[in-house]
Design a protein around this ligand. Structure first.
Ligand code: IMP
Ligand code: MG
Length: 178
C-alpha cells in the first residue's frame, strides 16, 4: 500500500480507479433510466467536480446538456453572512430538468445556499448527483438523489479533490492519515 505526500500531509489509498468507475457507471445507468426523453441539464460545480462530471457525462446515453459553473462566496451584510453566487450559469432553467453534479457534499453548506437560488429560476425538477457524501459531517441536511459513496468524516484527496491546490490530478481517491 503506497502512501503519497502532499504539502505537509500523508495520504493512503482509499478508492481505486476501478471502484470509482464502476460506481459512476451505476449512477449513470440510473440517471439514463430516470431521464429518458427529458433532455436533462447537468450543472457541474467547479473546480472539484470536473473529473467526476467528465466521467459521468461520458456514461450518459440519453440526450442531455451540461454546463460548468463556479460558486463564488463573498461577504454580504452582517445578517446574511457569506453570500454565494454562481458564475457562468448562462442557460435558462425554466422548465428544465436539472441535475447538479458535485464532487463531495461535506457540511452541506454550499448546496443549502445554492439550491434555493436555482429553485427560484423554476426548473421543472432539481436533483443532486454527488460522487461522495460525508453523512457524519452534516450541518445543513442535503438529500443526495444519486450518490456514489458515503464516506467517513476524513479529508479526501484526488479525482478532482484538492488539498490546498494540489492533488486534483490523482486518478483515484486517497484519505488523510491522521
Ligand atoms: P460543504 O459546503 O461543506 O458541503 O463543502 C463542499 C465543498 O468542500 C466541496 O465541494 C469540496 O470542494 C470541499 N471539500 C469537502 N470535503 C473535502 C475533502 O475531504 N477533500 C477536499 N475537498 C473537500
Ligand atoms: Mg466542490
Amino acid at each position: 500500500m503506497s502512501t503519497i505526500h502532499v504539502h505537509d500531509k500523508v495520504f493512503e489509498p482509499y478508492l481505486s480507479e476501478g471502484e470509482i468507475g464502476n460506481k459512476i457507471q451505476g449512477m449513470a445507468d440510473r440517471i439514463n433510466k430516470d431521464y429518458a426523453g427529458m433532455r436533462p441539464l447537468f450543472i457541474a460545480i467547479l473546480n472539484g467536480s470536473f473529473m467526476f462530471a467528465s466521467d459521468l457525462f461520458k456514461a450518459i446515453s440519453v440526450e442531455a446538456e451540461i454546463c460548468f459553473i463556479k460558486l463564488a462566496s463573498y461577504k454580504g451584510t452582517k445578517s446574511s453572512g457569506h453570500v454565494i453566487t454562481a458564475i457562468g450559469l448562462d442557460i435558462d432553467l425554466i422548465g428544465r430538468h436539472v441535475v447538479i453534479l458535485e464532487d463531495i457534499v461535506d457540511t452541506g453548506k454550499t448546496l443549502s445556499e445554492f439550491l434555493p437560488q436555482l429553485e427560484h429560476q423554476q426548473p421543472a425538477s432539481l436533483r443532486i448527483a454527488a460522487l461522495l457524501h460525508k453523512p457524519e459531517a452534516t450541518v445543513y441536511p442535503i438529500a443526495v438523489d444519486y450518490l456514489g459513496f458515503a464516506v467517513p468524516n476524513k479529508f479526501l484527496l484526488g479525482y478532482g479533490l484538492d488539498y490546498d491546490g494540489l492533488g486534483r490530478n490523482i486518478p483515484s481517491i486517497y484519505k488523510l492519515i491522521e
